[in-house]
Design a protein around this ligand. Structure first.
Ligand code: SF4
Length: 320
């Protein structure tokens, strides 16, 4: 199998995200939900409808509640850590209990009740630009080189299927592909855990998956549509409180109510790495990321324009 290290220099002028997007191209077919009918338990019920908010579900900023959680090469330990966080707790964010922070509606492949194609519907709407609000994307686990897998007729890590194959054939959609399609219009891209932030164990020398970090995949100069760089919360597993606190601070900024948290040159929020995170994995990257040629790639306009994204750089909280 061809891997990323053996491709031409011209290909390496692009970020892996751009390369994957160009390989797969735009998509224009989605599931026909009428044809699919009801599936899952309870049929057509969305998690959002099953958790009544504690406060009036009033929208007061550019964000309205939607983080998407994707898992690459992951052991799911980061998910476990987050569910154990208490300041703030995941439950309190799902209930909308924090003033200034939008009620969080989480699309998580383990925690949600939706199943099958119905689970994918919000992600499809985000790709289509049909969500009337900004969304946040969270990655657990490392990104794997799905270009190499695709060219050999396979995939490494899929999250659902879509009719995106030749002639509308249904094919597995990798978590990496969802990330590539959602990142240009995301309000923030957040990597949780050592695998997503530095590549982790799957990025060890000799691993045929070509595993990499989220920042390597998007390019170190990536900025979200609201100007936020890739946010890295490392640790294996990370401290749940560090992650939940970081998400709350970023959401608070995106709503226009607070400053953008300070990040170091590796995208780590200062409070996280300086205050409570004592694990060695938090202190330094464990892979080649900092000196990798991938890290010096700047995102091109073509990838963003191909998905209709706007470009900006955050200097102050966005307008509500
Ligand atoms: S960072 Fe650790 S806990 Fe999280 S997915 Fe990777 S191996 Fe699992």
């Amino acid at each position: 199998m061809a891997d990323r290290q053996t491709r031409t220099p011209r290909q390496l002028d692009r970020t892996p995200a751009e390369e994957l997007f160009e390989e797969l191209g735009p998509v224009d077919r989605y599931h026909d939900y009428e044809e699919l009918g009801d599936f899952g338990m309870p049929a057509r019920a969305m998690m959002e409808d099953l958790i009544p908010p504690m406060s009036a579900p009033e929208r007061f900023g550019p964000l309205e509640k939607v983080p998407f959680w994707f898992a690459g090469a992951s052991c799911d330990g980061c998910s476990v850590a987050v569910t154990g966080g208490t300041t703030p707790s995941l439950e309190s964010m799902l209930l909308g209990a924090h003033p200034g922070i939008p009620r969080v509606v989480l699309h998580h492949p383990v925690l949600n009740v939706e199943a099958g194609a119905h689970y994918l519907r919000p992600a499809e709407q985000a790709v289509l630009g049909e969500i009337d609000a900004r969304y946040v994307v969270i990655l657990e686990g490392s990104i794997m080189d799905e270009v190499a897998a695709y060219r050999s007729g396979g995939y490494w890590s899929a999250q659902g299927e879509e009719p995106w194959g030749p002639d509308g054939d249904v094919r597995p959609v990798s978590a990496t592909e969802w990330i590539a399609r959602l990142a240009p219009n995301a309000a923030a891209m957040i990597a949780i855990g050592t695998c997503a932030t530095w590549g982790g164990i799957p990025a060890a020398e000799g691993n045929p998956t070509g595993a990499m970090s989220l920042m390597d995949f998007l390019g170190k100069d990536y900025r979200s549509v609201l100007g936020v760089p890739v946010v890295n919360v490392p640790g294996c597993p990370p401290i749940g409180d560090n992650f939940n606190e970081t998400v709350a601070a970023v959401l608070y900024f995106l709503q226009g109510f607070g400053p953008l948290p300070e990040f170091d040159e590796l995208g780590r929020p200062g409070g996280c790495s300086a205050r409570r995170c004592t694990a060695a994995a938090c202190a330094a990257p464990t892979t080649r990321k900092a000196s990798s040629p991938r890290s010096s790639v700047t995102r091109s306009a073509s990838w963003r324009s191909a998905v209709g994204a706007r470009s900006s750089t955050a200097t102050s909280p966005p307008e509500a």
